[in-house]
Design a protein around this ligand. Structure first.
Ligand code: PLP
Length: 397
């Protein structure tokens, strides 16, 4: 008799499962659009120049690897605050933001979830329908009951905004609402500024707790533009949670660099919140790792490297947009009758293509073109070499 006799085999992560299938596929033309990763036009994961330069500078002055403070590198946390809220913003100047370095955006979400669970164990969590697949699991594992608010309307290929508002207005006070700050994953549809105003009013009216997941700042319309919604929330004076990820924007997926920022009412409250966030970190993994945070802090705080990063991030953003246009034109040229121009209305790394599970299965088995069962395609994995093949394959199904 083993302790583990009754342990069930957990289902495979759907995206990682798809990758395994892709790797095993002998089709020489295969294209993996199932991933959530940006590839360059050569189909390679980029190593940004600014990252290389920062790493070189760090190597030139090697330092011993002591423990970091529980909340991470101070210069990193202040750079995150400046990026997310604006360096000159009142909320930062007044010391109202508590920021901790986290293990990726996922880590930021988890620290926030654990803190919220202690704060209000009875609260429910609402995520968008659909959402990044880990939102539900993460908040469920943190002990919450997780429901959803309507978000995507397949029939009109747009945000079901009335449905979303109605669901937020029906939520009990204290409900935690997870919102995608920009580049909604998986649909690619974001709210307009006017719609955000209405969402913020509903959140405020119903006394909900906003938790903004910002995993793609700079991938949509620009660093400032993508972060604008944060300023709108802050302007109301509400308490606010923001998770940040640099996985995509720095192409530093494996370094696990992210953060959690919490907006408090005043400096003293922020200090109390920070002390609690540190307990969450301390009792989970004690303190964050050094390398990724040091690289990002170096880039964000050095004017030259910062300019280089903004340029490289801009190139990634522009390339994705170009691929969206090419996809629309290519599908038309390949004989797709339907108007596919909605693809250029979407934003960020992903496109909800409207393809059914059966069509996605055919794409995979007959053409070696991989996307998720829901029809989500990673536009950031398209390039000038694979786009014609992808368009022709989609036209066939
Ligand atoms: N949140 C969303 C919406 C995401 O799409 C992702 C990554 O795909 C994350 C969070 C997690 O980011 P990280 O890899 O930095 O943990």
């Amino acid at each position: 008799m083993s302790l583990f006799s009754a342990v069930e085999m957990a289902p495979r992560d759907p995206i990682l499962g798809l990758n395994e299938q892709f790797n095993a596929d002998p089709n020489p033309k295969k294209v993996n659009l199932g991933v959530g990763v940006y590839f360059d036009d050569n189909g390679k994961l980029p190593l940004l120049q600014c990252v290389q330069a920062a790493e070189k500078a760090l190597m030139d002055k090697p330092s011993a690897r002591g423990y970091l403070p529980i909340d991470g590198i101070a210069a990193y946390d202040s750079a995150v605050k400046a990026l997310v809220f604006g360096a000159d913003s009142a909320v930062v100047q007044e010391g109202r933001v508590a920021t901790v370095q986290a293990i990726g955006g996922t880590g930021g979400l988890k620290i926030g979830a654990d803190f919220l669970k202690k704060l209000n164990p009875q609260a429910r969590v609402l995520i968008s329908d659909p959402s990044w697949e880990n939102h539900r699991a993460l908040f469920t594992n943190a002990g919450f009951e997780v429901g959803s608010y309507r978000y995507y309307d397949a029939a009109t290929r747009s945000v079901n905004f009335d449905g979303m508002l109605a669901d937020l207005r029906a939520a009990a006070p204290g409900t935690i609402v997870v919102l995608h700050a920009c580049c909604h994953n998986p649909t690619g549809y974001d709210l307009t500024p006017a719609q955000w105003d209405q969402v913020i009013a509903a959140v405020q009216e119903r006394q909900l707790v906003p938790f903004l997941d910002m995993a793609y700042q700079g991938f949509g319309n620009g660093i400032q533009e993508d972060g604008a919604v944060i300023g709108k929330f802050v302007a109301t004076g509400m308490n606010l949670f923001v998770s940040t990820s640099f996985s995509k924007s720095f192409s530093l997926y494996g370094e696990r660099v992210g953060a959690l920022s919490v907006v408090a009412r005043d400096k003293e409250e922020a200090a109390r919140v920070l002390s609690q966030l540190k307990i969450v970190v301390r009792t989970n993994y004690s303190n964050p790792p050094t390398h990724g945070g040091a690289v990002v802090a170096k880039v964000l705080n050095d004017p030259e490297l910062r300019a280089q990063w903004e340029q490289e991030l801009g190139e990634m953003r522009v390339r994705i947009k170009a691929m969206r246009s090419k996809l629309v034109d290519g599908l038309k040229a390949a004989g797709v009758q339907q108007d596919m121009s909605f693809i250029t209305d979407q934003i960020g790394m992903f496109s909800y293509s409207g393809l059914s599970k059966a069509q996605m299965d055919r794409l995979k088995s007959e053409f070696g073109v991989y996307g998720t069962d829901t029809g989500r395609l990673c536009v950031a994995a398209l390039n000038s070499k694979n786009i014609d093949y992808v368009c022709a394959s989609i036209a066939q199904v």
